[in-house]
Design a binder for this molecule. Structure first.
Ligand code: FAD
Ligand code: SF4
Ligand code: SF4
Length: 1020
């Protein structure tokens, strides 16, 4: 039986708490098990069910919530992005989420170089707003796209460039915070402080003076020490002074306090000028030890970063087609053996010339240390940017390991003095080997903090191994006079090591500080003070008692149903992982809560979160809800169908199945496929609506409608008479605000001459320049001009085209659709949760295409969502090798043509364009990396000057944007960037391959976007 996640013992408080919060504040209050469960985890191995979740709208809401919680004796846990790695953001408390409404810049003083912000602002957003002023906030954590300033201050976070800029504690100038008694206190310069802040400051000063010898003896003398409270502000022990003028700043007491002392209301931050120039020197090492030993010498050159990438990661990148080219730019000799390690040494400054000299100095330094010619100089910004991306992606690949054993973060940020780094890493590697594991090393060599995660299975013997490794690692840290907690904080995994690090007297002093700030112990209890054991399994997300419910998914998830070898990282055969949910649970459990889906920068993931900012409309929120449901940890009314329950419906409702998470989630959580599972289970429970049937069977009845005289025209009246649209909305839930695709009497099928035209056998095609062009329902029936254009382009380029059509025999075998000659990808059935029907139709298509694929004939499609079904869902439907062969050949028109052009095999000549081209990529096109080929191809049209519209999902997402209950969210998604970009360029062609994208653009920007095939054909 899994750990019950209900809060029975605090039920009375919970009900009263919720009632008072609802009555006395304007914030959102959540007490259901699914909502609380979504806030029960951070990016650690721990889980604790909140008492309730509160999303305040105003500062008064927070003040009132703190007051109510104090009166009811309910603990409080402030939360930012929830990306902490140590469990500090989990707790049986009232969790207060700052991220939705507290993300404003309050004051910016460019002359004095500071900014004041609310705690929920995300670092990247802040830096984006500062860029125009040539400034930035330089604590550049890897989670910059989702980490909040409040959370960063809570953890005393540190960035890759901390050697130059320091940690959070070095860059916070002041914090206004609510104390446990509800009072707001201003923590800043001690000398100028007053009121409660001064009193607390005086108290800590007294403690610090009494304990000065202890502080000097026990505080590690390294930059990267984030354990406990910063009792040393009065006698700084950090390598870098906390303040530039040597003054004492009381806000530094709160930095790193992990929500245990006070609730940050606003933070004043020190800004730095954005460096104008950067150069990178990549040092190649044949020995890992030598690389580690060299860091101490390299830092003397004054770099802004020295980051490690080890051989495992280099190899991972070299084996990945997307990264191979970039990583090889960092290698002295790509054809020689992979180096054991590379160090990325960055120098930055106002002028380029001195930086180039630094690169020369680096080369000389390495030559002096016996490594002449070991440095790749990289002065060009784009090359540098690509390489930093690879360094990040390497970690992502590592984290995507399937199976119950996972790389676990618990000793990955010990910091040791640089002169001991080589010996420390060697000794720790031996410890891993002793416990049957292995670590991949990466990150901040400049400051002696190397990330390394042994692979542990927390459901089995992980806890024992974790303790054994931690004890040996701590002995090494002590031996080398380092800090056990050097970046990610204490939380639950390092809390017990605070007394180990500082000794009993300082530990007692920390408890006294906590008591002075929070006498009733209501702020995030069990963190820093009185922490539990790190291996207390009752705090684990996956304790040994964790059980998954037996379930037969609709799709084949066996690829996830595996276990792994912690040393070789090889996985067992598909289907052997022992998952009672046949792989679905293990796929869901791939979400490690790192929060990357909360990002707002380029790319797509996650459009529903971008417009709602609700955890439940986020990939992570969905994955967590699914995990809790599949492991029976939710209060679900209909227990016979947890997967198809209302709790899952709530989180899946706004998932637009854009497939962005499939590509952008570091661990490959594929929510679009999971939504198919949900829909299948849900519709089995509640049945299909009229709208479901209308959408699902569209490919079946399209030919009938178009073949009955006048019927298309009658149906199209709906687009012209509002009452008809309203009636349809009332009957079917299709929004009256939308125009529907226009039915036609003459379609692609009736326009192509006869059944026998465009019919070639695979053998015939393989003798000529042959391709298959898949005519999907949408383009064939509603926009046949796209297919005609594609035919024109392909024929002009000399290709012989086969268009899949059913034989008479196949048509006659189908009872009701005897007149229908076309194949279908099954997409509309999938959208309605009819997986069996989808399989049936898709199997026919795959069977037809397989012989062509086996003859290496390209299979081309126009509609991204239809074409990519062949590369995606078709592979998890049990079709075997045939589907894999078809998927290898399946490609969009532009992918095919761009590849041909690259190979110099494309004989097409385009006329110059009369106006520039804006390109909007369909989400599935982006998910499969098929946007660049479109741009490359469009560049072949002289003067087209194609520009990519940086946008997430257009909001239409198949039928989603037509649904009455989703119309507003759909419009908001479109307004996020797509429609404004189009409005800004009225004199451009807008090219969009997705039928529904074109509709969204037409409805929202009154602009007729066209398929790429038509632009190409128009310029022949
Ligand atoms: C893949 C990955 C990479 C990472 N890389 C780095 C890295 O490079 N450097 C680094 O330092 N960390 C890193 N981290 C850890 C984490 O992302 C950072 O610590 C981050 O700053 C946390 O921000 P957050 O908004 O998610 O905070 P949360 O996890 O939400 O909160 C962190 C702590 O701050 C407290 N807190 C939040 N808001 C307030 C408030 N208003 N008042 C008082 N206390 C508050 C919380 O209670 C909690 O104890 C990484 C994590 C992951 C998963
Ligand atoms: S869904 Fe993916 S990106 Fe989002 S938190 Fe989970 S693992 Fe990270
Ligand atoms: S498929 Fe798209 S909308 Fe759904 S969770 Fe993934 S990124 Fe979000």
């Amino acid at each position: 039986m899994n750990k019950p996640l209900d809060a029975r013992e605090i039920l009375i408080d919970q009900a009263l708490l919720a009632k008072r919060l609802r009555q006395e504040t304007s914030g959102e209050v959540m007490t259901d098990s699914a909502s609380r469960g979504r806030y029960a985890t951070d990016a650690s191995i721990y889980q604790a069910m909140p008492v309730a979740v509160f999303v305040p709208k105003t500062a008064d809401d927070i003040a009132a919530a703190l007051q109510i919680a104090a009166e009811l004796g309910v603990p409080v846990l402030p939360r930012g992005g929830g990306t902490s790695q140590c469990g500090q953001t989990t707790g049986t408390a009232l969790v207060i989420d700052n991220t939705k409404y507290f993300r404003n810049v309050l004051d910016l003083n460019i002359e004095k170089g500071y900014v004041e912000v609310e705690p929920g602002i995300v670092l990247d957003h802040l830096n984006l707003s500062l860029k125009q002023h040539g400034l930035w906030y330089p604590v550049d954590v890897s989670t910059a796209a989702q980490a909040t300033i409040g959370g960063m201050a809570g953890n005393n976070s540190c960035g890759s460039r901390s050697i130059a800029y320091g940690n959070m504690v070095h860059n916070v100038l002041g914090i206004d915070a609510w104390l446990a008694n509800g009072q707001v206190a201003q923590f800043g310069n001690y000398a100028n402080s007053s009121g409660a802040a001064k009193e607390l400051g005086d108290f800590v000063k007294h403690l610090a003076h009494t304990l000065q010898p202890e502080i000097e003896a026990h505080f590690p003398k390294v930059l990267r020490r984030v354990a406990g409270y910063n009792l040393d502000i009065f006698h700084p022990q950090s390598q870098l002074p906390y303040t530039q003028d040597g003054s004492v700043n009381l806000s530094h007491l709160l930095v790193g306090s992990e929500g245990t002392l006070a609730y940050f209301k606003s933070l004043k931050l020190k800004l730095a000028p954005l460096p104008k120039h950067k150069v990178l020197g990549v040092v190649n090492f044949a020995s890992f030890y030598k690389a580690m030993d060299s860091a101490q010498h390299i830092v003397k050159l004054g770099p802004t970063a020295v980051e490690l990438v080890d051989r495992t990661m280099i190899d991972l990148a070299r084996n990945n087609p997307s990264f191979k080219k970039t990583i090889e730019t960092a290698l002295i000799n790509p054809s020689a053996q992979t180096p054991e390690a590379i160090l990325l040494v960055e120098f930055s400054g106002e002028e380029q010339a001195p930086l180039l000299k630094k690169l020369t100095a680096l080369q000389e330094l390495m030559a002096d240390h016996g490594l002449p010619g070991s440095v790749v100089s990289m002065p060009d910004a784009p090359l540098q940017k690509n390489l930093w991306e690879v360094r990040k992606a390497g970690l992502n690949i590592m984290m995507s390991l399937k199976g119950d054993g996972k790389p676990v973060s618990f000793i990955e940020d010990c910091a040791v003095p640089l002169e001991s780094l080589a010996d420390y890493t060697q000794a720790l590697t031996d410890v891993f080997a002793k416990y049957g594991s292995r670590g991949t090393w990466y990150a901040h060599a400049s400051v002696g903090t190397l990330h390394v995660r042994p692979i542990l299975d927390m459901r089995r013997d992980g806890a024992q191994k974790m303790r054994a490794v931690a004890e040996e690692a701590s002995a090494l840290v002590r031996k080398y006079k380092g800090a056990y907690s050097g970046e990610h904080g204490d939380g639950l995994c390092r809390g017990e090591w605070i007394s180990w690090q500082f000794g009993p007297k300082i530990t007692q002093a920390l408890a006294e500080i906590k008591h002075a700030f929070d006498p009733k112990g209501l702020f995030n209890p069990g963190k820093i003070i009185d922490p539990p054991k790190m291996d207390d399994v009752s705090n684990f997300r996956f304790p040994p008692s964790y059980k998954v419910i037996p379930l037969q998914p609709a799709l084949d998830w066996s690829a996830w149903n595996v276990q792994n070898n912690p040393i070789t990282e090889e996985t067992t055969a598909p289907g052997t992982g022992g998952d009672p949910a046949n792989g679905l649970a293990k796929a869901v459990e791939m979400c490690n809560n790192n929060g990357h889906c909360r990002k707002f920068d380029a790319e797509v993931m996650c459009p529903s979160y971008r417009v709602t900012r609700d955890e439940k409309h986020l990939t992570r929120g969905r994955a967590n809800t699914l995990r809790l449901a599949l492991s029976n940890q939710l209060d679900i009314q209909d227990e016979s169908s947890p997967l198809g329950s209302d709790a899952i419906k709530e989180v899946m409702d706004l998932c637009v199945s854009c497939k962005a998470c499939r590509r952008e989630c570091p661990t490959g959580v594929d929510m679009a496929k999971m939504k198919i599972e949900f829909l299948s289970a849900y519709k089995k429970r509640v049945g299909h609506s009229l709208r479901d049937l209308a959408v699902a069977y569209l490919p079946k009845y399209a030919s009938t409608i178009s073949s009955i005289p006048l019927l298309p025209a009658i149906l199209n009246l709906r687009n012209h008479f509002k009452p008809l649209a309203k009636l349809q909305e009332w009957m079917m839930g299709i929004s009256a605000q939308r125009s529907l695709p226009v039915w036609k009497g003459r379609t692609f099928w009736s326009n192509i001459q006869s059944n026998t035209s465009y019919q070639y056998s695979p053998e015939e095609l393989s003798k000529h320049k042959g391709v298959v062009l898949f005519a999907d329902t949408f383009n064939a029936y509603f926009e046949d001009e796209n297919l005609q254009a594609a035919l024109k382009v392909l024929k002009s380029a000399g290709y012989r085209v086969h268009i899949p059509q059913k034989s008479r025999h196949q048509q006659n075998q189908q009872e009701k659709s005897a007149c229908s000659k076309e194949f279908c990808c099954g997409r509309t059935y999938l959208a309605a949760g009819m997986v069996d029907k989808a399989k049936e139709t898709l199997r026919e298509l795959v069977d037809h295409l397989a012989p062509y694929a086996q003859n290496n004939i390209p299979i081309i499609g126009l509609e991204p969502s239809c074409l990519f079904t062949l590369k995606d869902e078709a592979l998890v439907m049990g079709f075997g090798e045939r589907a894999i062969e078809v998927s290898r050949q399946a490609q969009l028109l532009e992918e095919f043509l761009a590849r041909e052009a690259k190979a110099d095999s494309l004989s097409l000549h385009f006329q110059a364009a009369s106006k520039p081209v804006l390109f909007h990529g369909h989400c599935h096109q982006k998910s499969f990396g098929a946007v660049s080929p479109a741009l490359e191809l469009l560049k072949l049209i002289p003067q087209a000057n194609p520009q990519l519209i940086e946008s997430s999902c257009c909001g239409m997402a198949g039928s989603f944007g037509y649904e009455a209950e989703h119309i507003e969210v759909s419009k908001q998604m479109a307004e996020a960037s797509l429609l404004p970009s189009i409005r800004k360029a009225p004199d451009s062609w807008v090219v969009a391959d997705g039928t529904s994208c074109r509709h969204q653009i037409a409805d929202g920007a009154q602009k007729q976007a066209v398929h790429i095939a038509r632009i190409l054909a128009a310029h022949l």
